[in-house]
Write a protein that binds this ligand. Structure first.
Ligand code: AMP
Length: 560
């Protein structure tokens, strides 16, 4: 395997074997830059002031040292660490991460936040905990009641400190810190460093190590010719969004980067299940296995390589056209390394990043550091996809018309059919068969579009409860103020998206631009229209015909 000089493994970080094992089990192959820089001084007991956004791996950067210090203490005297976070979501996420990393150490981690019945928290605190992850308000509440003892604290972590200040927790934080032992170790992470954060750091951190993950501009050499874009999607829609993007882009060969081995394995499986030819490549594989995978890519037996950074290091794949980041990379440097694999030798390459709403800020950081523009694009809709697939079928037919000299042997088929049907109809049926034989099945659900307003972008960068709540979206109205109509005719009635748009825009005040996703199934179609226009559209379409026939129109109520 090719390993660059700067590569450093978790084993170099002097972490306990139990922690290393947990990281291995989670499929983490190497520390992220913030982890490389933060873990050693934290293990030495230094205070730390870190500027890092979500997506950099900052949670593990403080969680691992906390767990290590916890396991070193001799006797129990209340919690050993207090981690303050701005939101309940983050309290739960950080606790879960600590559970995962600390499973072999037996860490007892308790999230406490407002909104949860206090009785449960009291009982858990009574039984004894090692690490408390709390929102400042609820922490102060427990301190006031005497149920959260801070006397035994060795570490305090302020996570997403700028968010906590924005949410008005400044005084609570000051009050909590006053109550903690003088000789505690203090860690402060913040995505931005406004003067107020500096003030807190000056008052409460002693001689801190300062870390900022976006230092100098990475040396990119001559800048490659790469079209860079990103799609904002929630975690649960990522596999579908990736499929959609792959279908529209149709890469000759692509490499899809994941963070962990587990993610590589499960994404490879998902992609193969969806009919792509994907191969996994990660650091846990032997040389022989790797060679086999690379062979399949070179010969075109596979066209997608799903890999971790470590595994893909040093790979040079001639025919690569696309680099896809299934997650936002943990540092701008890593982004640059990844996309440097395409756009070589004057050929244009494409770099695509799937980002969760909360990773939006990291994307901005990458843009700033690399001084390049990453265009945020809309995930292709089902209508886009259908159009693209039809275009591919058209292109294949065009090629066949230009190049095939043995088309004549099919003449008899056409001629016998034209006794009964006209040539246009025969051609349509033939195109349909050709199209369907490409496996171009109707896609699943529409992927909700996520708008990032300026304020939301700001909040999403840090606080995790600001993201859109469309994960649980059912089949009801799917966009802000949009409703879905069921139209009782589909592909088998030769309905195309433009027929629906035409009928709606022609008969009502709704313009084509206002119409959302259109999904055409075999026997029905679904169209998104503004909620406010539902009745008008239903009335108008019931009065008119689509493709010469009357069709059922109703509001879609998830019945298929
Ligand atoms: P964070 O910035 O702490 O929110 O972490 C972002 C994501 O990266 C989380 O899903 C972590 O599980 C994952 N992660 C953190 N460190 C590593 C690592 N060294 N290797 C792979 N994934 C990681």
């Amino acid at each position: 395997m090719n390993v660059t000089d700067e590569a450093m493994s978790f084993a170099d970080l002097a972490l306990r074997p139990e922690l290393l094992r947990a990281l291995g089990d989670l499929g983490y192959e190497e520390p992220t830059p913030i982890q490389r820089e933060a873990i050693p001084p934290l293990l030495e007991g230094r205070d730390l002031l870190g500027q890092a956004a979500t997506g950099t791996g900052k949670t593990a950067a403080f969680a691992l040292p906390v767990l290590q210090r916890m396991s070193e203490r001799e006797q129990e005297s209340g919690p050993v660490a207090l981690i303050l976070v701005p939101t309940r979501e983050l309290a739960v996420q950080v606790s879960e991460a600590m559970h995962r990393y600390g499973k072999d150490i037996g860490a007892r981690v308790l999230p406490i936040y407002g909104g949860q019945p206090i009785g449960r928290q009291l009982r858990a605190l009574e039984r004894g905990v090692d690490v408390v992850v709390a929102t400042p308000g609820r922490a102060l509440d427990h301190i006031g009641r005497g149920t959260l003892a801070l006397g035994g604290l060795r570490m305090v972590v302020l996570d997403e400190a700028d968010e906590m200040l924005d949410m008005g927790f400044a005084e609570d934080i000051e009050a909590i810190l006053q109550d903690t032992p003088e000789d505690r170790q203090t860690v402060l992470f913040s995505a931005t460093m406004p003067p107020r954060i500096d003030g807190i750091a000056r008052r409460h951190l002693s001689d801190p190590v300062r870390i900022k993950i976006e230092h100098e501009r990475p040396t990119t050499g001559e800048s490659p010719l790469v079209r860079q874009s990103a799609y904002i999607v929630t975690r649960s829609h990522k596999p579908a969004a990736l499929g959609r993007v792959l279908d529209v882009e149709s890469p000759t060969a692509a490499i899809v980067f994941c963070r962990t081995r587990d993610e590589v394995d499960s994404l490879t499986e998902t992609l193969n299940g969806r009919g792509y030819r994907a191969e996994a490549l990660h650091g846990g594989m032997g040389q022989e296995q790797r060679d086999r995978v690379m062979g399949r890519l070179r010969t075109g037996t596979a066209d997608l390589l799903v890999a971790t950074d470590v595994a893909a290091r040093g790979l040079d794949i001639e025919q690569l056209t696309h680099v896809i980041n299934y997650d936002v990379p943990s540092a701008p440097e890593s982004y640059v390394h990844r996309i440097g694999r395409v756009g070589r030798a004057g050929r244009e390459g494409v770099a695509i990043t799937l980002a969760e709403p909360r990773e939006h800020r990291m994307l901005k950081t990458i843009e700033r550091v690399t001084r390049s523009r990453i265009e945020i694009e809309k995930v292709p809709t089902i209508a886009d996809l259908l159009a693209r697939r039809l275009e591919l079928t058209r292109a294949a037919l065009h090629e066949s018309l230009l190049e095939d000299d043995d088309l004549d042997r099919f003449r008899v088929v056409v001629e016998t059919l034209t006794d009964e049907f006209d040539v246009m109809e025969v051609a349509l049926a033939a195109v349909k068969l050709a199209h369907e034989s490409t496996g171009a099945a109707a896609d699943e659900e529409e992927i909700p579009e996520i708008a990032l307003s300026p304020t939301r972008g700001r909040r999403d960068g840090g606080g995790r409860d600001a993201g859109p709540r469309d994960d649980r979206r059912g089949r009801g109205p799917s966009r802000g103020g949009m409703a879905r109509l069921f139209v009782g005719a589909g592909r088998s009635a030769r309905i195309r998206p433009q027929d629906l748009v035409g009928a709606i825009a022609g008969e009502t005040r709704v313009s084509g631009r206002d119409i959302g996703a259109i999904e055409i199934a075999d026997r029905f179609s679904l169209v998104e229209i503004p909620e406010s226009a539902v009745q008008e559209v239903i009335d108008a379409l019931r009065r008119t015909t689509i493709k010469g026939r009357k069709v059922t129109i109703r509001r879609d109520r998830d019945a298929h």
